[in-house]
Design a protein around this ligand. Structure first.
Ligand code: NDP
Length: 325
């Protein structure tokens, strides 16, 4: 089968993304051939492209998609032709019109979840599930600080925590994004670059600071995260949109009140088939009950993925971005 797939042959800016026509062979042992109907854009794709997370070259890009099984390998019993499936994390290469995927990496899509929604929410919603309910232990009445709360993960996380009775203090890069964070349930919303951010967060927590900070921004927000955490609080540093946090002396954690830090990744929370099934099932449940809504802030034709990379890195996107095949 002929397909179009995106590759890079060197790390760099969005311009290094190139498209190739490929001939896909019949699926081998353990593989399925998947026709891709919608692709999710994730910030991690920019790390793979730029080299923040270096890849051997040439490298296929794309970490999230949804579509239909066109053929299965000789030994594959878990899936059949026509199945509606999603894919996230695992082997890269989801920027494509079709691809071969290890069957063990596929997630079955329920009938009420369309391809665009699945591509918008599988990776970011799965991440939100483990961040909200497993990476930190928050109970009703607690408060949490969520940076970049109008972003893809940020909107989902703000809604999810709010549903669980956690008061969310949000930060974001513009007044328009603060309004979005409030719509998602944030009780307080402050500009990320507000010089009085720490004082405002402290005031919003009666002076104590928050027991949990969710920080997917990284370098630019690290200092504020340290200063906004309560004594014995936890910083969940789950991403590097502004660059990675490096060179942290453990004494900083002492100085800011015996803090805890975790740098989690989805793969470690979706390790076993049981964890994957439970996490995704919880995600579908939150969506079905309307506790969490997926906002697709913008779509691009898949062929314009380079422009989508430019936009997310320029902080121009809100919510999820879907690439339409
Ligand atoms: P977002 O839609 O949240 O986009 C990133 C946001 O970060 C921007 O919109 C912007 O919001 C904010 N930001 C602040 N400073 C910068 C900067 N200098 N450059 C670019 N963006 C900046 O992306 P995603 O929802 O895809 O991902 C959010 C974070 O979650 C990322 O760090 C990603 O790596 C991480 N992640 C981690 C996972 C894990 O398993 N650990 C899994 C999935 C995602 P604003 O303008 O409001 O500040």
């Amino acid at each position: 089968m002929r397909a179009r797939q995106a590759f890079i042959s060197r790390h760099g800016g969005p311009e290094v993304i190139e498209w190739r026509e490929v001939d896909l062979p019949a699926p081998g042992q353990g593989e399925v051939l998947m026709e891709i109907r919608a692709v999710g854009l994730n910030y991690i794709d920019t790390y793979h492209r730029s080299g923040l997370y270096p890849l051997p070259m040439p490298a296929a890009l794309g970490s999230e998609c949804a579509g239909v099984v066109l053929a299965v390998g000789p030994d594959v019993k878990s899936h059949a032709v026509g199945d509606r499936v999603g894919h996230c994390l695992g082997t890269r290469g989801d920027y494509a019109t079709a691809r071969l995927v290890p069957a063990r990496e596929l997630l079955d899509l329920p009938p009420d979840i369309d391809f665009t929604t699945a591509a918008a929410v599988l990776l970011k919603g799965g991440t939100t599930e483990f961040l909200a309910e497993r990476a930190a232990t928050l109970i009703e009445g607690d408060q949490a600080l969520v940076h970049a709360a109008a972003g893809g993960v940020g909107q989902l996380l703000t809604q999810w925590l709010t549903t669980n009775g956690v008061g969310v203090i949000a930060t974001a890069g513009s007044e328009g994004k603060l309004a979005i964070a409030r719509q998602c349930g944030a009780t307080h919303a402050f500009l990320a670059h507000d010089p009085d951010l720490v004082e405002k967060v402290r005031a919003a927590t009666g002076g104590t600071g928050v027991p949990v900070v969710y920080d997917g921004v990284g370098a630019a927000t690290w200092e504020a995260s340290l200063k906004c955490a309560a004594r014995r609080g936890l910083i969940v540093s789950y991403g590097n949109a502004s660059g990675p946090v490096t060179g942290v002396a453990l004494s900083q954690l002492t100085a800011h009140g015996s803090l805890f830090v975790t740098r989690p990744t989805m793969g470690d929370y979706y390790l076993t088939p049981e964890e994957r099934a439970a996490g995704v099932s919880r995600l579908w449940s939150m969506l079905r009950h309307g506790h969490v809504k997926v906002t697709i802030g913008q779509t691009y034709p898949l062929s314009q993925v380079a422009e989508a990379h430019r936009a997310i890195e320029a902080r121009e996107t809100v919510g999820s971005t879907v690439l339409l095949v």
